[in-house]
Design a protein around this ligand. Structure first.
Ligand SMILES: Cc1ncc(COP(=O)(O)O)c(C=O)c1O
Length: 463
């Protein structure tokens, strides 16, 4: 079996596991030339807010209350400023959940199976299942045929989807493109699965020619495939139909593969993009997951995971202590999150999301065009609102705009909270700063043709 890179590999029944050390230097393919420094964020320990023991007279003086109130007020101000300058992560920061403030006094917990009430009565399953039904309709699977739950995040959706795949095919090999989210490779490590990394096209989409070669090299083992509905860095959407066709052409019948669709980023956007390939359970897929705090906009991390009912029984067991069934990754589950999702889905509906998706795509094109017009290398995939461009060399600028960076590229993910005014502020500032970074002939903007294609690169060689 072929396995690539530093992912766990079954070797004659033994398993080699990469450790979880946070290393500062990452070696790609063992190729020294590709070694690069990863810039880690500041150490928070030097600025953390200490917890102090209450004084005996705190209640009478009110000092401690006043201190805490001032800390919170400063923190709130900081959040407002940071929200104003956020561009790099795919979070919709524009929402108003004032109506739900009345619920914060309750410890709402949906521990156990969403469809089977547990003995703990302070739950929100009625909202949770309502939300799941909405997503089941979106992804075209009958109520009686699906199972799902509201997760803590997109990562949990991936951990669950891949676990279901592993339970369906215990000796299956996990295939995932190199640009898959790190949680996919973490799942492989956690479950000690053989994992094969598949190459990508320049766009970031999975390269099905390479996929085929790797499938054919491992024909004797079932295939579990992670399909990206929006990759983390470039927002590329894997061609689901081509993935299925490649499996079939390589001799994998439907009873020998399991597809998990990682829709953390665009799972909820793609259905509203014209000409986009459809993610639907009418195709031979096993599960789909999406993050709830990204495009939907939720103040706490959350997500949705939907799979086929037929698969879930393999994974679940009854728990007497709960009077419910255990088929989720986590035990206790945030019962507030489903209410926030329910609230937004009700307010916006399919039409509201469609409008927001169109706005995001329009604004993303606007940003890409403004960058290109300013002579800055930039790329935007057709089905995406992630604009990839040359990494700013000033880390303060990167931090100010909270840009996500990888190698020589950075990106802005245009979400509903990203307005034209914000994009203008960003580009104007970038253009101004850049003229100082590159005023000296010796310092030149990097060539990022390998990341974005030569037609999108404005370096000295390609412009
Ligand atoms: C493609 C993809 N999958 C999974 C995740 C993980 O989602 P979460 O941050 O909700 O755990 C992300 C996060 O950005 C992502 O981009």
């Amino acid at each position: 079996m072929e396995a690539v890179d530093a992912v766990p590999v079954h070797l004659n029944g033994k398993v080699a596991i990469e450790d979880f050390d946070l290393t500062v230097v990452e070696a790609e393919n063992g190729d020294k030339q590709n070694e690069r420094e990863i810039v880690l964020g500041k150490n928070v320990h030097t600025t953390c807010l200490e917890v102090t023991e209450p004084e005996a007279n705190d209640e009478s003086t009110g000092d401690k209350e006043a201190y805490m109130a001032s800390v919170l007020a400063r923190y709130r101000k900081n959040l407002m400023e940071r929200t104003k300058h956020h561009l790099g992560y795919p979070y919709n920061l524009d929402f108003d959940y004032g109506a739900l403030g009345q619920l914060q006094h309750f410890s709402i917990n949906n521990l156990g199976d969403p469809f089977i009430e547990s003995n703990y009565g302070v739950h929100s399953r009625q909202f949770e299942v309502g939300v799941l039904d909405w997503f089941a309709r979106l992804w075209e699977i009958e109520k009686s045929e699906y199972w799902g739950y509201i997760t803590n995040c997109g990562t949990e959706g991936n951990l669950h989807g891949i676990l279901v795949g592993r339970e369906v095919f215990p000796d299956g090999i996990l295939y995932a493109s190199r640009e898959s989210h790190y949680s996919v490779f973490k799942a492989a490590r956690m479950y000690r699965m053989g994992c094969v990394k598949v190459d990508c096209l320049v766009s970031g989409e999975i390269d099905c020619a390479d996929f085929k070669v790797k499938l054919l090299a491992n024909k004797d083992k079932p295939a579990i495939i992670n399909v990206n509905i929006g990759t983390t860095v470039k927002g590329a959407v894997d061609d689901l139909d081509l993935v299925i066709q490649t499996l079939e052409e390589s001799g994998f019948s439907q009873d020998r593969f399991y597809i998990h669709c990682d829709g953390a980023l665009f799972g909820l956007m793609l259905p509203f993009v014209k000409r986009a390939p459809k993610v639907t359970f009418k195709k031979p897929i096993g599960s789909v997951s999406v993050s709830g705090h990204k495009f939907v906009g939720c103040p706490m991390p959350c997500g949705v995971q939907i799979t086929r009912m037929e698969h879930i029984n393999v994974l679940s067991s009854n728990v007497e202590y709960l009077a419910s069934r255990d088929a989720t990754i986590m035990g206790s589950r945030n019962g507030h999150a489903p209410i926030f999702l329910w609230y937004t889905l009700n307010r916006k509906g399919y039409k509201g999301f469609q409008k927001e998706v169109q706005k995001c795509l329009r604004n993303a094109y606007y940003l890409k065009d403004r960058l290109r017009d300013a002579g800055i290398s930039a790329m935007l995939n057709e089905l995406s609102s992630t604009v990839v461009f040359e990494r700013p060399i000033d880390e303060d600028f990167v931090r100010r705009w909270q840009l996500a960076c990888q190698g020589n590229i950075a990106h802005v993910v245009v979400m509903p909270s990203v307005t034209i005014e914000k994009l203008d502020d960003f580009v104007n500032e970038l253009v101004e700063k850049r003229s100082t970074w590159y005023q000296d002939e010796k310092a030149r903007p990097p060539c990022i043709a390998a990341d974005v294609g030569s037609q999108n690169c404005s370096c000295d060689l390609h412009k």
